[in-house]
Design a protein around this ligand. Sequence first.
Ligand code: SAM
Length: 232
Amino acid sequence: MTAIPPDYDCDPGRFLTACGLPQDDVHPYVAARLASTGTRTVVDVGGGNGRLARLLPDLGMRCLLLDISPAMLTEAPRPAVRADGSRLPIADGAVDAVTALYTLYHYDDPRQPVAEARRVLRNGGLFAACAPNRDSSPELAALVPGWGKPSTFDGEDAPAIVASVFGEPGDSVEVDRWDGPLVTLNDLDHAAGFLRVHGLSDEAARAAAATLKLPLALTVRGCVVYAIRADG
Ligand SMILES: C[S@@+](CC[C@H](N)C(=O)[O-])C[C@H]1O[C@@H](n2cnc3c(N)ncnc32)[C@H](O)[C@@H]1O
């Protein structure tokens, strides 16, 4: 298993393409879950350009976004600070919630940032992380470079990795899985954008998209893992 090498500073457009695709994602659901548990303060680790952080003020939450990429931080809502998720510049027990969405597969050992998240959570605080499965979107297996190759934090393994850190008496872990035809690539632009996000260059993505029979429903698999630090 290897960590996915970050490209957010050398090719920010690859990831930013994801934000313009006409498809649903986890961010509003995680925001609603945070709000439903009375969360007031959130640290979003590896928050990128703020897809989650932007949703939180309207739900009554204050969010500090942390990211290691200067390019992402220029796109992020404030407050935003450059930091490594393995060493959070935050006191023990200081926040109600920590989120780490689509980011833990960039760490050689994702247990480190998860342990940091647990350290800065107050008792009863909520952690949320998510990742796609390595077998997500099998319809594109032949087109996506390295499809199926394991990373350090795939959806298949994410619950066990989080549970290995949130394992103190009273801690709890819950998994919200998805597995179904949740994304339909309706046209060439959507298909090319989706392939670009999954690692193809603009040119290669358009050429590959042109080989697909559209519309194409993708079997999208992954999970959000929620963990609660013991209240006491
Ligand atoms: C796929 S993006 C996800 C962004 C955001 N969480 C979202 O869901 O849209 C992954 C982010 O993790 C950040 N990242 C990668 N390694 C990191 C590290 N060691 N510490 C902090 N951020 C990191 C990247 O810079 C990037 O912004």
